[in-house]
Design a protein around this ligand. Structure first.
Ligand code: AMP
Length: 226
């Protein structure tokens, strides 16, 4: 019923390989809708910076491009989704990455009973992903992905730009392998749902943004009219 639907949260998962631009799109969409962007990669990097023991254990895996264990990640996300700012919905970036995580999220969602999951796959061909990741720089101070126009300092805060530890070529290859092995099955897990959409991420970012907004509105509407 539509009246109930308007009260439901807008719960979005932004899926896509490393370098597909899912983080950028997740950030923009979340900002525009006043929803929290929940990035498990950012949360882990912040926890490492703060010297959190569990995160320091995860660091070795991250540096090798491997996934952090499901139990740790699920606990982090479960805790984060219970915070008040996620009541109206959220944009997940980098989670779920395994079918076990996707199943755990379904369970969390059924307990929340606050609207469906809208799953967006930002699709980019592998050779374009490798090219993008080799060029990617992040700001050491504010942690955001550098604007491609920035040369050596962050356009947002002036911080120094550097390559992410896990963006070097060997690690990139491993992260793409891990994506294919562990995360593609997650897409299959979601593919048949009425709220699953695929956007062509190889287009200019503004175009991806426009298409993505329409897809999310459509998916939310589809669910509302069921
Ligand atoms: P990202 O910034 O999303 O590319 O994540 C960086 C690294 O953090 C990944 O290569 C993994 O080692 C770890 N990580 C982030 N999210 C997850 C997740 N959902 N499951 C397991 N490991 C994760």
């Amino acid at each position: 019923m539509r009246t109930t639907a308007t009260k439901m949260g807008l719960n979005v998962i932004m899926m896509g390989a490393p370098g597909a631009g899912k983080g950028t799109q997740a950030g923009r969409f979340a900002r525009e809708r006043g929803l929290p962007k929940i990035s498990t990669g950012d949360m882990l990097r912040e926890a490492i910076k703060a010297g959190h023991p569990v995160a320091l254990e995860a660091k070795a895996r991250m540096d090798r491009g491997e996934l952090v264990d499901d139990e740790t990640i699920i606990a982090i996300v479960k805790d984060r989704l219970q915070q008040a700012d996620a009541n109206r919905g959220f944009v997940l970036d980098g989670f779920p990455r395994t079918v076990a995580q996707a199943r755990a999220l379904d369970e969390i969602m059924s307990q929340r009973n606050n609207g469906p999951l809208i799953v967006i796959d930002v699709m980019v061909p592998p050779e374009e992903l490798v090219r993008r990741l080799a060029m990617r720089r992040i700001c050491v101070d504010c942690g955001t992905n550098a604007d491609p126009a920035a040369i050596d300092s962050c356009l947002k805060c002036g911080g120094r730009l550097e390559q992410r530890a896990d963006d070097n070529q060997d690690v990139v290859r491993e992260r793409l392998n891990v994506y294919t092995r562990a995360t593609k099955p997650v897409l299959e897990f979601y593919r048949e749902r009425p709220t699953f959409r695929v956007v062509n991420g190889a287009q200019p970012a503004e175009r991806v943004a426009r298409e993505l907004d329409m897809m999310i509105a459509d998916a939310a509407g589809t669910e509302a009219s069921l």
